[in-house]
Design a binder for this molecule. Sequence first.
Ligand SMILES: O=C(O)CCC(=O)C(=O)O
Length: 296
Amino acid sequence: MRRGLGRMLGRARLARAPCSSSPRPAVEPRRGAGSLALYDATAAPSVDLPLMASKWLRVQEDFITREEEKALALYFHERLCGQQYSEGHWDSVIVSYRETLMAWEELPAALRPAVERLASLFEPGAQVQRKVHAIDLSESHGRIDGHVDSVKFCGEHVIGLCLLSPAVMRFKRAAPDEVHAGTEERAGYVKVKPQAGDAAGAAAASATDAPGDMAPGAATTEWVAAPGTGAPGETVDVLLRRRSAYVMYGVGRFGYEHAVLGGVQRFGPEEVKVRRRRRISLIVRDEADSALAPVV
Ligand SMILES: O=C(O)CCC(=O)C(=O)O
């Protein structure tokens, strides 16, 4: 993410909080009529939703069993229950959360298979970081606002596993100047050299205050969305059910902001009610590409 999650930027506030004995699993929204499937993992790709029509965003439902969910939720509930929910810094993208980062090897042996199975979702050749980042969002007002993950902390993939509550994840196509510098092509933008008089030329001219009738060769280059990647500002909502795993890859990771919404949302054409309760997510990533990491 651009501004980063708390602990990943060393911002976690640790304070003692009382532990209750159970993580209080949420009630699942009823699986509704067919229209919900429009955004499901199993849905046929739609040309109107280019993000879903590719390997850039995949959702796999029932990735873990109920027993695995219960055991993972209980483990992270106990691990996190000594922390208070952090309200987040004023410029933070994450609100009312607690988090922990740990090596897979530190997990109790019985929990490791579920987390290690996430590794099967990486594209071949990925350098998987053998760490799991757990994020616990409070029911009352926990949420993650739109962001693109920092290129300092992860490579081509962001892979998540969803525990305890369904959530609506909102993807918004980032404009070329909003993506991390150096990732424009990975974000699905191609460079064009605008000709005087065409639409891209006019856009480039107004963006740079250059005269509209640019001389050949003097035109500035412009990033435009590659076919099938969606126009800047386009949003796509995805329903993440409990026990589902999702993969953001390539354009889905570099070229779209993602957010985890809080409260009650109306999802899909039938406006199915999705109440975001307390939610724990487990995130795994691959190694950051050092060539992309900004110099600080
Ligand atoms: O909790 C989630 O599933 C999303 C986490 C997230 O936004 C991130 O790791 O960048």
